[in-house]
Write a protein that binds this ligand. Structure first.
Ligand code: NAP
Length: 332
């Protein structure tokens, strides 16, 4: 496909690949920049590549492994003519159309690709504890999503790390499955809102381990315990948990768009409510990079569909003159 392309999709999680399926079926021959395997900041296939069993994605009665689900998404997008490259965008120029995207050296004079429309689906990442054992045990007792994985921990001893609203929300949710949930927090008071704090304090199944951090994890194939350290004394002991949920925040992968696209103070891209339109005409955003509320594969996939339809309608509305139209047509 010669440049400029109709549409470039940045990201290959559920949002990006659903956008690819829809735009490929609309004959737009999308190019997907999947990300690089070697990069720690992007994960081709998105966050589901780091999970094991997925039981809440509709259509799979018996559940499906996260990587298998994403392989299915990708094969479905490829079937309709999506082009994939295992590269990550290192620079984008959205000041004029066609939009310019660089991969590799961002100071190269010429962009790697150009396109009339861009769909941003770069996702978000859960902040992690930054310990070696995390990679080994993620999906094997260690999780970053109670909504996704809580069900697997019925009857387990569970701990949640963090002191914000996410940690409290996850802990309360997990009390549906466990008789005791320990919140491990590095300070002596919570950051969470008062109402969430009150709910946690009132819940008999929740206990707190204050002033502690998780320094290491025990277990080779599955989690057997968490090594916790009292930050006041330096003393460590093993918390005998078989489920550990890290809830210390998320970061949207939006650094590339600083000063280009409108974002909130946490870095989530702003879109027109109920749509995928960003502040730049011809640039659409979907999935976790613009959603700090739901953060589910199915909601990301749904918003990827919306972005593809918005991009398709926009391309159709501007016809042969995409470079000259400076307002988003509203009659869609
Ligand atoms: P957050 O408010 O940034 O809280 C992160 C928590 O993790 C803090 O308690 C922090 O400790 C702790 N933490 C950070 N790095 C850590 C590390 N390396 N080791 C141990 N602990 C660490 O993040 P969040 O809870 O995900 O919430 C993000 C935003 O979404 C907030 O505005 C929140 O109100 C909102 N939210 C709302 C709801 C709701 O209303 N239902 C639910 C979820 C999230 P310190 O306190 O010591 O900094």
């Amino acid at each position: 496909m010669p440049d400029p392309r109709n549409v470039i999709i940045l990201g290959s999680g559920p949002a990006g690949l659903t956008a690819a399926i829809y735009s490929a079926r609309a004959n737009l021959a999308p190019l997907v920049l999947e990300g690089e395997l070697s990069s720690t900041s992007d994960q081709p296939g998105g966050q589901l590549m780091l999970t094991t069993e997925v039981e809440n994605f509709p259509g799979f009665v018996d559940g499906i492994q996260g990587p298998e689900l994403m392989a299915n998404f990708r094969a479905q997008a490829a079937r309709f003519g999506t082009e994939f490259v295992q590269e990550r965008a290192t620079r984008v120029d959205m000041s004029s159309r066609p939009f310019k995207v660089w991969t590799g050296d961002p100071s190269a004079p010429e962009p790697s690709y150009t396109a009339h429309a861009v769909i941003v689906a770069t996702g978000a990442r859960s902040l992690m504890l930054d310990i070696e054992a995390e990679r080994r045990l993620l999906g094997h007792g260690l999780s970053t999503c109670a909504t996704c994985d809580g069900f697997f921990f019925r009857g387990h001893e569970i701990a949640v790390v963090g002191g914000g609203d996410s940690a409290i929300e996850e802990a309360i949710f997990l009390t549906k499955f466990a008789d005791r949930v320990t919140i491990v927090h590095r300070r002596g008071e919570l950051r969470a809102s008062k109402i969430m704090q009150e709910r946690a304090f009132k819940n008999d199944k929740i206990t707190f381990l204050w002033h502690h951090t998780v320094d290491d994890l025990v277990g080779e194939k599955s989690l057997e315990g968490a090594v916790v350290r009292d930050v006041r004394t330096g003393e460590t002991h093993v918390l005998p948990v078989t489920g550990l949920f890290v809830a210390i925040g998320h970061r949207p992968n939006s650094d590339l768009f600083t000063d280009l696209l409108d974002m909130d103070e946490a870095g989530y891209l702003k879109t027109v409510p109920g749509r995928s339109l960003t502040n730049v005409v011809g640039v659409f955003a979907c999935g976790d990079v613009q959603d700090h509320t739901y953060r589910q594969a199915i909601t990301a996939a749904g918003s990827g569909c919306m972005a593809a339809i918005d991009a398709e309608r926009w391309l159709e509305a501007v016809g042969d003159a995409p470079e000259t139209i400076n307002e988003t047509p509203t009659e869609w």
